[in-house]
Design a binder for this molecule. Structure first.
Ligand code: AMP
Ligand code: ZN
Length: 114
């Protein structure tokens, strides 16, 4: 996707602070962190959002959920706890139309809308 900022991160066309990468997944620090630990985890494949998860691509979503605990452990929040968020669409405030999962932690997170 030419105009997708996260595809550009996958392709190293724009800089990012990557904390994890394998054949199908990349994770990097959010440019505008909302918590001491704020990591974005994405499939390398462009999937627009949760509405577009289907049998043909759900394997990478499962893989993301295997990777997330490893990142949480590396970031030191596996035991203290963390929140996984995926915003889908306008009312959720999705600003980047490439499926992504926020990992938030390192502090007591607000319980509203959790
Ligand atoms: P969302 O609002 O769920 O679509 O989340 C998009 C997130 O991507 C926001 O938290 C942004 O701060 C983050 N973001 C946008 N551009 C970049 C970038 N170039 N590098 C790292 N994080 C980014
Ligand atoms: Zn993309």
């Amino acid at each position: 996707m030419q105009d997708c900022v996260f595809c550009k991160i996958v392709e190293n066309m724009i800089p990012s602070n990557k904390v994890y990468e394998d054949d199908t997944v990349v994770a990097f620090r959010d440019i505008n962190p909302m918590a001491p630990v704020h990591i974005i985890v994405i499939p390398k494949e462009h999937i627009t959002g949760a509405n577009d998860i289907c049998p043909a691509n759900s394997g990478v979503v499962a893989h993301i959920f295997e990777v997330i605990p490893k990142i949480a452990a590396a970031e030191g929040v596996a035991e203290s706890g963390y929140r996984i968020i995926s915003n889908c669409g306008k009312d959720a405030g999705q600003t980047v139309s490439h499926l992504h999962f926020h990992i938030l932690g390192g502090t007591q997170l607000p319980l509203s809308l959790a």
